[in-house]
Design a protein around this ligand. Sequence first.
Ligand SMILES: Cc1cc2nc3c(=O)[nH]c(=O)nc-3n(C[C@H](O)[C@H](O)[C@H](O)COP(=O)(O)OP(=O)(O)OC[C@H]3O[C@@H](n4cnc5c(N)ncnc54)[C@H](O)[C@@H]3O)c2cc1C
Length: 434
Amino acid sequence: MHHTKYLLIGSSHAGLSALDAIRLQDKEGALTLVTQESCLPYSPTILPYVLSGQTNPDKVFLRDQQSLDSQSVAFKPGARVVAVDGRNRQVTLESGEKMEYEKLLLATGAAPKRPRVEGLEAVPHHVLRTLEDAVKLRSGLRKDRTAVVLGAGLIGLHAAENLAKSGMRVVVVEALSQVLPGYFDEEASQMIHKAFSENGVKILLNEKGLKVKGADGKTTLSLASGGSLSAGLLVVATGVQPRVEFLEGSGVEVDQGILVDERMRTSVSGIWAAGDVAQARGFFEPSKILSATLPNAVEQGRLAGMDMVDDPALKVYPGAVNLNTYKFFGHRAFSVGMIRTEKGCEVEKEIVPENFKYQKLVFKDDQLVGASGINSDLDPGIMYQLIRRKAYLGDVKARFCASPGEGRGPPRRARRGTRHDGSASQPPVESTGR
Ligand SMILES: Cc1cc2nc3c(=O)[nH]c(=O)nc-3n(C[C@H](O)[C@H](O)[C@H](O)COP(=O)(O)OP(=O)(O)OC[C@H]3O[C@@H](n4cnc5c(N)ncnc54)[C@H](O)[C@@H]3O)c2cc1C
């Protein structure tokens, strides 16, 4: 039986980050990296560019075989783990092969969530999570054809934009009352929605697909509101869920994701989890939450790897502060930390419609707790650090709000401050900028 000191399941951001942290302390301990995919490690964040054709699928890899060899990694692609036996420290692969480990990292990420739409299993549809998905979807792009996208989250909108740019007529169906509900407030979402409408993408809000049927190369989706949509291509992008199905009977405690402590340890000794599959404490609250973002996967993977080798430099996980950047139709947007306000929050908003610019800062107890923007000069990385470090801005808050971008960019206008209840704490003012 294959025996390894460190067994890492999943070769994406969390797995690779753990690998690097382990190799900083232990250059020689036998380390095996397995993935169910048949290719070298890559980032799912590159997939929209593969879909658009901006990036060649051969050029997306995060590591090549040579760099894995130089880190003494036994890389095993095409190896799907189907069971974990925590008591005997063994995993079983789909092929039936068993592997013994001393320390195990579960970094299996998340898989697309299928919505409850009658008939969906029986009709051809696309998702966008793996390189194979992106290549397949790209090959489905044709001029003068139609597409329906279920879900107006980041992945749904990435798909819709690229389908539209390839000349297809696209309709997006979203059950909630705004696009990107997990990332932006209603005002910012409306601006993004407008950009999509102006580029020919129709978005139906407060709408659901109930039933789907396929015939003659067309898919017909019956809508909750009574109408129906027919299209040549159906894309399902209604969220993701942690990949945990192989843990049944393992003893590893799972809620929505794998429950981990502040060192990424699971409930079973010798097993850690990190990234999209893990459910760890939040930054703003101690309850355990999922956080499916790249920076979070990198950080959790690093901490898990450090703990696996007892690295004395480890500082426990402070909780995830979500950070997302998003480009659409020539615009750039970001959101970090709290999007919606709660009691005691103060909001500084700035909107310049003619520049298609939006900027929002959220404060609580004189600390920045959230920031978002569209075509804003704010640096998402700096906003992230201010939030993470709980920087006290009391004495400089007014100056910070007047010039958070340190004078970069055009003059600011239509700045307004609001309290959490939405009432204006001061009337809109014209800023002179700097
Ligand atoms: C289209 C798209 C765009 C995105 N854009 C952004 C963005 O702009 N910003 C951002 O922060 N995040 C973005 N994300 C999310 C980001 O990619 C994830 O948060 C990140 O990849 C999580 O890393 P991970 O290592 O936890 O899991 P994953 O990247 O999901 O990797 C999991 C790995 O585990 C393997 N695996 C799973 N199950 C098994 C098994 N049973 N046996 C063996 N191997 C297994 C998989 O094959 C894969 O290699 C995007 C995601 C997608 C799909």
